[in-house]
Design a protein around this ligand. Structure first.
Ligand code: FAD
Length: 417
C-alpha cells in the first residue's frame, strides 16, 4: 500500500463510500484512511464543533477495552485518555421491593485481572476528535451537509448519487447511517424491530461526593437508573422509564428534576445539580435480517439498535467497524476488489453471530430488568445474589458483558491493522 496514498489523493473513485459520519462511520473512515485506503464520507449534518475548548455535553458512551483499542487505531488514543473516566467498579443495587432491603453488589475489574473495565467518554468529544482525525487525512473526502439518495451496483463498482445530484463511483458502499438508514432501505434489507414503549432520559450531573470510578445501576420499579462516572465530580445519567413518564420527568422545572433524581439515587453521590439539560431517547430493539446487499454492507446502528442497559451499542458497532476495516484492507493489500462478493460475505459471516447474540441477549435483559411482576423480581434478585457469590459464574458474566467470545479481530486486540 506504500506510495498508494499520494496516487489515491488524486484518484476520483474511492475504494469505499461511507454513508454516515456518526461515531461508527468516522471511526471506520479514520482507520481505513490511516492505512492508505481512499475513502469518501457523506453526512447530512454539519461539521461538529472543534475539539479545542469543547465541553462535554449530552450523552456519554461506556467503552470496553477492546473498543478503546479500535479507537486507538483511529488515531484518537490521547483524547480517550484525556477525556475518558476509568470504569473500575460496576455496582448494582436492586431496590425493586419496597418491603425488602436493597441488594447491593459490586463487580470489580481487578477481580478478573483488569485495572479497569473500560472508559466512559462524552459523545460530543468523541465525534469531534474522530472528525478532526479524518479531516487531517489527504485520502479521505468529507461531504458534510449531503446525504446519499440512491445507488446502483454493477460488476465493477457502485454508483452513488447524493442529494445535490453529485455522482460517486466506489468499489463498496458502507451504510453507517444510523437507525433510520437510507442505505438499508434502498438496498432492500429488512429488519426485525421491537418498540419497548420506554425512553431513556439522559443528562450530565455534578455531585458533591466522589464516584470513585464506580458506575452504579439501580434496578427499581419502572426501569433502571444508571450513574456512569465522568472526570471530576460528574456523572452521566441513563434513566429508563415508560415513555409517558420520561416525558413528564424532563418537563419538570430544573430544581424539581434535580430533587427527584437525587431522591432516586438514595443520595449516594450527595447533592446533585444538572450540568446539561435532560433529553429523552425512545428505546427500540432493531436487527437487520442481513448485513449485506450487492456491493453494499450495513453496520452499527444501521444494522442493530439496542436498549442502552449494559452499554453494548457502540461497543458492538466498533467491532463491526474493525471487521470491515480488516476485510477491506486485506483485500486491497492483495490487489483484490473490496466490494466483491467474497469481501462482503467475509464481513457478514464474521459479524452475524456477534450481532445476533448481543441483540437477543440485551433484549432479554431489558425485559427482565423492567419487569415488575413479583416472580420475575424474585428471580432477578436471586440471580444477582448467585452471580455475585459464585466466583466462576461472576467471572464468566463479567467477561461476557465486556468482550465477545466470537470475532475478536486484530484491532480489538490492539494489534496493527
Ligand atoms: C441513552 C443511550 C445511551 C447509550 N449508552 C451507550 C454506552 O454507554 N455504550 C455504548 O457502547 N453504546 C451506548 N449507546 C449506543 C450508542 O450511543 C450508539 O450506538 C451510537 O451513538 C450510534 O452511532 P452510529 O454511528 O451507529 O449512529 P449515529 O450516531 O446515528 O450516526 C449516523 C449518521 O448517519 C447520518 N445519516 C443519516 N441519514 C443519512 C443519509 N441519507 N446519508 C448519509 N448519512 C446519513 C446521520 O446524520 C448521522 O451522523 C447508547 C445509546 C443511547 C440511546
Amino acid at each position: 500500500m506504500k506510495g498508494a496514498k499520494e496516487n489515491r489523493k488524486a484518484a476520483k473513485n474511492p475504494d469505499l463510500l461511507i454513508a454516515g459520519g456518526g461515531l461508527a462511520g468516522l471511526a471506520l473512515a479514520a482507520i481505513l484512511g490511516r492505512a492508505g485506503a481512499m475513502v469518501d464520507v457523506v453526512d447530512p449534518s454539519p461539521a461538529p464543533e472543534p475539539l479545542k475548548g469543547l465541553i462535554p455535553s449530552g450523552r456519554t458512551v461506556a467503552l470496553m477495552e477492546s473498543s478503546l483499542n479500535i479507537l486507538r487505531a483511529a488515531g484518537i488514543g490521547d483524547v480517550l485518555e484525556r477525556f475518558g473516566c476509568p470504569l473500575e467498579v460496576m455496582r448494582i443495587i436492586d431496590d425493586s421491593r419496597a418491603q425488602d432491603e436493597p441488594i447491593v453488589r459490586d463487580f470489580e475489574a481487578n477481580d478478573i485481572g483488569m485495572a479497569r473495565f473500560g472508559m466512559n467518554v462524552p459523545n460530543n468529544i468523541l465525534r469531534s476528535a474522530l472528525f478532526e482525525a479524518v479531516k487531517g487525512l489527504p485520502n479521505v473526502r468529507l461531504h458534510t451537509g449531503r446525504s446519499v439518495n440512491s445507488y446502483q451496483p454493477n460488476t465493477q463498482n457502485v454508483r452513488i448519487e447524493l442529494d445535490n445530484g453529485y455522482e460517486i463511483f466506489a468499489k463498496l458502499l458502507a451504510g453507517a447511517d444510523g437507525r433510520g438508514s437510507i442505505v438499508r432501505t434502498i438496498s432492500g434489507i429488512e429488519t426485525h424491530k421491537v418498540e419497548y414503549g420506554q425512553s431513556a432520559i439522559t443528562c450530565i450531573v455534578n455531585h458533591s461526593r466522589s464516584h470513585s470510578n464506580t458506575a452504579t445501576e439501580f434496578h427499581r420499579p419502572g426501569g433502571p437508573l444508571a450513574f456512569v462516572p465522568m472526570t471530576g465530580n460528574q456523572s452521566s445519567i441513563v434513566w429508563i422509564e415508560k415513555t409517558e413518564q420520561a416525558e413528564a420527568l424532563i418537563a419538570l422545572p430544573r430544581e424539581a428534576f434535580e430533587q427527584t433524581l437525587q431522591a432516586r439515587s438514595a443520595n449516594i453521590l450527595g447533592g446533585i445539580t444538572l450540568e446539561s439539560p435532560p433529553e429523552c431517547w425512545p428505546l427500540v430493539s432493531l436487527r437487520a435480517r442481513s448485513l449485506k446487499a450487492e456491493r453494499t454492507v450495513i453496520l452499527a446502528e444501521a444494522a442493530h439498535v439496542m436498549s442502552p442497559i449494559t452499554a453494548q451499542g457502540l461497543n458492538l458497532s466498533l467491532r463491526d467497524v474493525a471487521a470491515l476495516a480488516e476485510t477491506v484492507i486485506d483485500h486491497l493489500r492483495l490487489g483484490l476488489d473490496p466490494g466483491a462478493e467474497s469481501a462482503i460475505r467475509t464481513f457478514e459471516k464474521r459479524r452475524t453471530p456477534d450481532v445476533f447474540s448481543r441483540v437477543a441477549w440485551v433484549d432479554f435483559l431489558n425485559r427482565i430488568v423492567a419487569d415488575d411482576k413479583e416472580p420475575v423480581k424474585d428471580l432477578r434478585r436471586a440471580g444477582l445474589k448467585a452471580v455475585s457469590r459464585i466466583a466462576p459464574l461472576r467471572h464468566v458474566a463479567m467477561r461476557y458483558a465486556l468482550a465477545p467470545s466470537v470475532d475478536e479481530g486484530r484491532l480489538a486486540q490492539g494489534l496493527p491493522l
